[in-house]
Ligand binder design. Sequence first.
Ligand code: FAD
Ligand code: NAI
Length: 508
Amino acid sequence: RVLRWTWRAIYLSAIGGLVYAGYGIWVMRNPMDQVEPDPSKKTLVVLGTGWGSVSLLKNLDTENYNVVVVSPRNYFLFTPLLPSCTTGLIEHRSIMEPIRNFLRHKKAAVKYYEAEATKIDYEKKIVYVNDESEIKGDVSSTEVPFDMLVVGVGAENATFGIPGVREHGLFLKEVGDAQAIRRRIMDCCETATFKDQHEDEIKRLLHMVVVGGGPTGVEFAGELQDFFESDLKKWIPDIKDNFHVTLVEALPNVLPMFSKQLIDYTEKTFKEETITIRTKTMVKKVTAKYIEAESTGPDGKKQLEQIPYGLLVWATGNALRPVVKDLMSQIPAQKDSRRGLAVNEYLVVKGTENIWAVGDCAIANYAPTAQVASQEGAFLARMFNQMAKTQEIESKLAECSEAQEKAPSKEARDRVFQEIKELQKRLRRVKQIGPFEYSHQGSLAYIGSEKAVADITWLTGNLSTGGTLTYFFWRSAYLSMCFSTRNRVLVLMDWCKAKLFGRDVSRE
Ligand code: FAD
Ligand code: NAI
């Protein structure tokens, strides 16, 4: 009997789960009507649809403002899984969430313009925007006025002005970059097996060089070696003796933000995976077929060498976007800031009153990571929601004061007085918003051959761990952090598909 009831309970929970999931999907696919924005409310312009801006929009009560979003990318990209797209382990659409879908579910409608902000005029409170897409209408540049502005435009790829990088190197920041890398890997492999190809040329074409030993470079190198081990060498056996991955880093070690123990573990794992790490090697010049690098030997002697390559992935960190540089040049308080918009503890751009900055374009003494950007976005949303409530209470208070003066009797005056006291109490509560405080949850990175490293903040201390178990933790953590259930399902399906059938080695 107990067994029968247990089965019934399981059966009912399964049906309940299915109904719940079905309802969730139905709601997702059938958005409700939205309230039209109220033009009398303040116009809040949000630039960008990355980690910072989307976290702000997710948590913002859009009924309080006229919200306008400007970004050349009409989707949110889950960057932590982007290195997996370069080898086709994950399809890029699985980690993209259309911004339209997400905004359509907000209570009050939000305007979205697919455009790039080219200039922010701080004095006039105007953002100049350009439609940079292929199809342009009669109007492709215009102005967007704002009362409040949030800058969340992220950063560009740093090249430090090294000649040849932009012409010959590939970056890893956007979906298009991952697709270009995937194409180039396959192109190099196919060209290397071209009839009568010379030995030296085969070696060059199959030399995959990654510059920058930060997490982007390390994760990509690991994914690429996995691709070779599990699929490429199986389907294109001709390349198996010459395919080689090299990671070049200017500093004495890779992953400088991780603990010494995990740096050593990563370097040991790379050695086992036969990835070469060239530390203390600074790239100075890039040509179409080789990079020129200066390496420092153990005796401190510097040596210039040429390293031939077929694929070059450039992952040396972030640089300022022109629109951010231009804004900084307009504000005297920003003159000493070099790496981004200096902000105060409430993320207000220093020297301004109505401009806030989040994510990689803001400098608030934290590393430029998704974790920081999304916490900053959520903080701003909370603050803006509170600000709107404050304004509402303040205007009610003004109405009450007027009503108190005009009250016909003592009872009526007392009633209004009580209401004022209540409102003042609420106002004090609402106004209590502390400054932004970042809560570091830890750092995670995939290092190939189903191993990951993690520096996790654990109760009161730190936990440094690396290996296969950490890899499962890495996978489950990132799966749970995906933007939507749809993304989670797609990523899970991609992982299963790759496990069952391998990665696709076709070029496009
Ligand atoms: P972004 O997410 O870059 O978004 C910027 C937005 O602004 C984009 O929508 C862009 O289209 C838009 N934009 C650009 N120019 C303009 C303009 N002129 N006008 C209007 N809009 C504009 N961090 C982690 O914490 N964990 C990780 O595992 C991790 N993995 C990563 C893997 C890779 C491959 C990369 C590249 C980064 C990774 N990061 C990770 C870092 C993380 O992605 C960034 O810190 C984060 O994206 C910063 O968020 P953001 O909102 O500032 O900028
Ligand atoms: P990074 O700034 O972390 O690392 C770039 C590396 O390139 C540095 O170690 C630097 O010494 C090296 N370098 C610079 N110029 C060079 C040259 N000419 N020759 C050789 N090496 C050179 O950049 P990355 O990896 O792109 O990351 C950017 C940000 O995104 C970081 O804040 C990082 O923490 C974050 N991120 C986090 C991830 C994670 O948590 N798993 C994954 C990817 C990025």
